[in-house]
Design a protein around this ligand. Structure first.
Ligand SMILES: [Mg+2]
Length: 257
């Protein structure tokens, strides 16, 4: 059996609930490193850019380096570059997503009919008119990318509508299916694996959502650890290990080493 060398660590519902740090999360990450494992912070959250996520981790007392962060905004930006080159992008998302698109060398456009691609992600600030322009762009033939299709996003106030709800709006109006680059699709995981120079059998996917994180583990052929502090409270399968809190993750990991 190949040795486990790294963890693909989810953030929302696993280390954070909204802006709060889940108790035990910083110690958990420290102990994972002490086990000799590398970490990629692999998140579908597109509110934040990698820079913003790094700030949030450091502020929470979680040791992290910029190159360890792989978010769905980066995945969208890289997917576009790989498949279409540098694009004129109409974003339907938050500031962090916009930052990743610009960092990828793409240009932002303010009108749907000028766009080569629409990138839809989670946002806490959306107007009907932005959705109208996104709709127009897609109907005009723009590539339609979704950072993620999570139905909810877990916060300290409970679940809130996720990016999937917003993507559905555009999928319904245009009758087109968005190309998903976030978990459980393997594109985002392949970015992390490439950075780590590892194969799927050498990593463990850790996350709070069976339909997203554990489905990814299954899709790429990795082991999974489901953490119960977020979305999934009752595991439906015995295929993955279960940790009640992030604090339990290192001991579950040591069973796999
Ligand atoms: Mg999560």
């Amino acid at each position: 059996m190949p040795r486990i060398k790294a963890v693909l660590m989810d953030l929302d519902g696993t280390l954070f609930l909204g802006e709060s740090t889940i108790p035990g999360a910083p110690e958990s990450v420290r102990r994972i490193r002490e086990l000799g494992l590398s970490i990629a912070f692999l998140t579908n959250n597109s509110f934040y850019s990698r820079r913003m996520i790094l700030d949030k981790l450091v502020e929470a007392g979680i040791e992290a380096r910029p190159e360890e962060i792989v978010n769905s905004g980066l995945a969208a930006s890289e997917y576009l570059k790989e498949h279409r080159g540098v694009c004129r992008v109409f974003p339907v998302g938050d500031v962090g997503l916009v930052e990743e698109i610009v960092l990828g060398g793409h240009t932002l456009v303010a009108r749907g009919d000028e766009a080569d691609a629409v990138v839809a992600g989670g946002t806490r600030d959306i107007s009907y008119w932005r959705l109208v322009e996104g709709h127009r762009a897609i109907m005009n033939g723009a590539l339609f990318i979704a950072t993620n299709k999570d139905h909810v996003y877990m916060t300290e106030r409970g679940p809130m509508p996720g990016a999937g709800a917003l993507v559905s709006f555009l999928e319904t109006s245009t009758r087109r299916r968005a190309i998903l680059v976030g978990k459980p699709e393997r594109y985002i995981a392949d970015l992390a694996l490439k950075k780590l120079s590892l194969r799927p059998e050498e990593v463990v996917v850790v996350g709070d959502n069976e339909e997203v994180d554990m489905a990814l583990a299954e899709a790429i052929g990795s082991k999974g650890i489901l953490v119960l502090t977020g979305i999934s409270k009752n595991p439906s399968s015995k295929k993955w290990l279960v940790a009640k809190t992030p604090a339990e993750v290192p001991e579950k990991l040591s069973l796999l080493l």
